[in-house]
Ligand binder design. Structure first.
Ligand SMILES: *Cc1c(COP(=O)(O)O)cnc(C)c1O
Length: 409
C-alpha cells in the first residue's frame, strides 16, 4: 500500500501545500480537526504584529494597522468558505460565547408576534457546549431545551420552537446533516436555524446563503489553523441585521464606540455582534490560517479529504482490520474524519500516540481520526493504517501505561 500511496501523493495537486505547514518530524497528525497545524507563515506574522504594530506603533496601530477593522476583515475572509457575504461574518470571542449571543438573539426575535416561542431544538449527543449554552439561558428563564434524535427532528418542529440549533458535521461520528432540507423544515415551522460549523468549515463546502440559514458559528483553531484558543466566527444573514439584538451589549458592538455615550446603540450591520476589545494577536494568527485555506480552495480540499479517508479504509482492509465504523460509509455523507467504536479505544489511541500517530479519543469508546486535507499525504494514511494494525494485532494497547487518563483526552 505504501507504493500505491506514494503514487497517489505524486499525482496530488495539493501535495505541495504540506510544505506551508510546520509539522514535527516523525508525527502523523490525525487531529487537525481538534487543533489545526501551524502554518509556517504564522510565527513571522506574529513577530511583526508584536514587535512592529504593538511595540512600535503602540495605540496608533488601532488606526494605522487597522486593528479596529480586524474582526470584520478576518470575518470577511472566512465568509467565502461558508457561502456567506463578507459583511455577514465577524471573527470574535469563542464559539461558546457566540452560541450564547445568537441563541439569545433568536429567542428575542421569536418573543413577540410569535406567541413567545421559547424552545431551542437540538439533538442529544450534540457538542456539549452547544447543549450547555441552551441550559444557561434556560436557567435565566429565557429558553426551554428540547433534545430529539436526529431522525425525528422534523416532526419535533412545532409552533413552540424558536430555534433549531445543530452542528452540521457531528464532532464524534462525523455524520453530516442536510443543511438545506433542515433549514427549510425549520422555516416552514416558523423557527430560525443556527448551524455550528466547527467541523465543516475548512474541510468541505458549506453554502449558508443557498440554504437560507439564519445564523452560524464555528471555531478558528480546527481546520482553519488559527492556533490554540483562536477567536471563533459568527454569521448572521443580512436580512436579520437590523432586527438582531444580542444580550452582550459591549462597547465594541456600539454604533459609535468612541463617542463614549451612556446609552447603547447597536452598530448597524454585523458589528453589533461584537462585545469587547478584539484579541488582535489571536486574530492575526487566524488570518494567516484562513488566507492559506482560501488560497488552496474548498472544493480541492474536499476532494482530497474524501480521497484520503477512502484510501485509509482501503488500507485497513489490506491489513485485515474490520473495525466498527460509526461514521457514514459514504464519504459524501461525512466530514473529514473517521470514527471507530472499540471498547479499548482510549488505550489504542494512547498506543498510537506513542508511535507518533496522533488521533483522539472521544468518551466512552470512540477512536476518532481526522484527515486535515491541507497537509496530510496518502503515505500518512498507509502508515497510520499499518501502525493501527500493529497496535491491535500485537495487543500493544494492553500495556498499563496506555490506560492512564490525562486531564485532556
Ligand atoms: C470544538 C467545538 C466547539 C468548541 O467551542 P469553544 O467555545 O471554542 O470551546 C463548539 N462546538 C463544536 C461543534 C465543536 O466541535
Amino acid at each position: 500500500m505504501l507504493d500505491k500511496a506514494r503514487e497517489l501523493d505524486a499525482g496530488d495537486p495539493l501535495g505541495h501545500y504540506r510544505e506551508r505547514f510546520a509539522l514535527p518530524e516523525g508525527v502523523i497528525y490525525l487531529d487537525g480537526n481538534s487543533l489545526g497545524a501551524l502554518p509556517k507563515a504564522t510565527p513571522a506574522r506574529m513577530e511583526q504584529v508584536i514587535r512592529s504594530e504593538w511595540g512600535e506603533g503602540l495605540i496608533r496601530s488601532w488606526n494605522t494597522a487597522d486593528w479596529i477593522g480586524a474582526a470584520r476583515r478576518v470575518g470577511g475572509k472566512i465568509a467565502p468558505l461558508i457561502g456567506a457575504q463578507p459583511h455577514e461574518v465577524v471573527a470574535a470571542d469563542s464559539t461558546s460565547v457566540n452560541l450564547f449571543k445568537l441563541i439569545a438573539a433568536a429567542l428575542d426575535m421569536r418573543r413577540e408576534g410569535h406567541g413567545g416561542r421559547k424552545v431551542i431544538l437540538s439533538e442529544p449527543g450534540n457538542f456539549p457546549t452547544d447543549l450547555y449554552m441552551i441550559q444557561g439561558l434556560e436557567r435565566q428563564g429565557l429558553a426551554k431545551r428540547r433534545l430529539v434524535d436526529r431522525c425525528n427532528l422534523e416532526e419535533a418542529l412545532d409552533s413552540e420552537v424558536a430555534l433549531l440549533l445543530l452542528t452540521h458535521v457531528h464532532y464524534k461520528s462525523g455524520a453530516m446533516h442536510d443543511m438545506a432540507a433542515l433549514t427549510k423544515a425549520a422555516h416552514d415551522a416558523g423557527a430560525l436555524v443556527l448551524w455550528d460549523l466547527s467541523h465543516s468549515c475548512g474541510a468541505l463546502p458549506v453554502d449558508l446563503n443557498a440554504a437560507k440559514a439564519d445564523f452560524a458559528v464555528g471555531c478558528g483553531y480546527k481546520y482553519l489553523n488559527g492556533g490554540p484558543g483562536s477567536p471563533a466566527y459568527a454569521f448572521v444573514a443580512e436580512r436579520h441585521h437590523a432586527a438582531l439584538h444580542q444580550p452582550l451589549t459591549g462597547w465594541f458592538g456600539h454604533a459609535a464606540p468612541f463617542a463614549f455615550s451612556d446609552d447603547y446603540v447597536a452598530a448597524p450591520g454585523i458589528d453589533r455582534l461584537l462585545c469587547g476589545t478584539s484579541p488582535i494577536l489571536g486574530l492575526a494568527a487566524l488570518e494567516v490560517g484562513v488566507e492559506l485555506l482560501a488560497e488552496i480552495g474548498i472544493e480541492p480540499l474536499h476532494a482530497k479529504s474524501r480521497a484520503l479517508s477512502e484510501f485509509f479504509l482501503v488500507c485497513l482492509g489490506e491489513w485485515g482490520l474490520d473495525l466498527e465504523l460509526v461514521s457514514p460509509l459514504d464519504s459524501a455523507q461525512r466530514g473529514s474524519q473517521l470514527s471507530f467504536r472499540h471498547e479499548n479505544a482510549y488505550a489504542i489511541c494512547q498506543a498510537l500516540i506513542a508511535r507518533g500517530v496522533i488521533g483522539d479519543f472521544r468518551d466512552p469508546d470512540i477512536l476518532r481520526l481526522g484527515f486535515a486535507p491541507a497537509y496530510l499525504r496518502f503515505e500518512d494514511m498507509a502508515e497510520a493504517a499499518r501502525h493501527l494494525s500493529e497496535v491491535l494485532h500485537m495487543g500493544e494497547w494492553n500495556r498499563p501505561e496506555f490506560s492512564q487518563r490525562a486531564a485532556v483526552t
